[in-house]
Design a binder for this molecule. Structure first.
Ligand code: FES
Length: 125
């Protein structure tokens, strides 16, 4: 397989129910990763342009679901399933979805905006 131009590392880390920190998986990250993967395939981008990978915790759990976009070097945070088409459109256009890009304050739990709620049923496979 050739090296893609972009890699979307979707944190799909899962913690037990009720863990105060929560996890990206509990907020729907597995469904988001699957939708990104399917969207890339539907747009014919999966083989050369981009790959949506599952990743472990990237240590900004309070801003999850989180996607690290490489080599661009930005993180998307508080991503929902509804954001996936916009993320894919931006990838095609060579831009980014600014409203989802985490600012520096979101990398510190003390200064981050509030987390998204846990999604009921998000951990079902
Ligand atoms: S659980 Fe996703 S960043 Fe930590």
């Amino acid at each position: 397989m050739p090296q893609r131009k972009s890699y979307l590392f979707v944190c799909t880390n899962q913690r037990p129910d009720g863990t105060p920190k929560g996890s990206c998986a509990a907020r729907g990250a597995m469904q988001i990763q699957a939708a990104l993967k399917a969207g890339l395939a539907e747009r014919g981008l999966a083989k050369l342009e981009a790959r949506a990978c599952s990743a472990s915790c990237v240590d900004v759990c309070w801003a999850g679901p989180v996607i690290a976009v490489e080599p661009a070097g930005h993180f998307y945070g508080r991503v929902t399933l509804a954001d996936v088409p916009e993320i894919l459109d931006a990838l095609v256009a060579g831009t980014r979805v600014e409203r989802l890009v985490l600012p520096p304050a979101d990398f510190d739990e003390a200064t981050a905006r509030p987390p998204l709620p846990v999604l009921p049923g998000a951990l079902k496979s």
